[in-house]
Design a protein. Sequence first.
Length: 144
Amino acid sequence: MNNIKYVKLFLRFALAASFLSAVADRLGIWPAEISVWGNWENFLAYTQMINPWIPETLIPTLGFLATAAEIVFALFLLIGFKTELFAKWSGILLLLFAISMTFSTGIKGAFDYSVFSAAGCAFALSMIKEKHWELDSLIKTSKT
């Protein structure tokens, strides 16, 4: 039995849930006692800390763009729209985040938060070509 469809589904949902959880945290949706940032201002301060080479005036834009990307990537991964493409972009985003963490605060944080692992999962997902429970398979079917 080919279980790759279950692996692909799990990878899609795990990456999407991780992105949406991080977004919920920075928007203050998670309770304070379990939150990492808890609000947008703390998230921007962290963004500045791990990107010290970026001018402070550009940090809100960078934070907004990262948040928008995480929302879009998560939604498209959930519904299975252009899965391979958005998985690859997710991997790139996560790898950039891991590298920024590594150079600014050390590699331990990137390991502790499993950012390299998440990037690896995203890249693995991008290589699974079979379509299972994805909007892409419905679009392809309707075109033929």
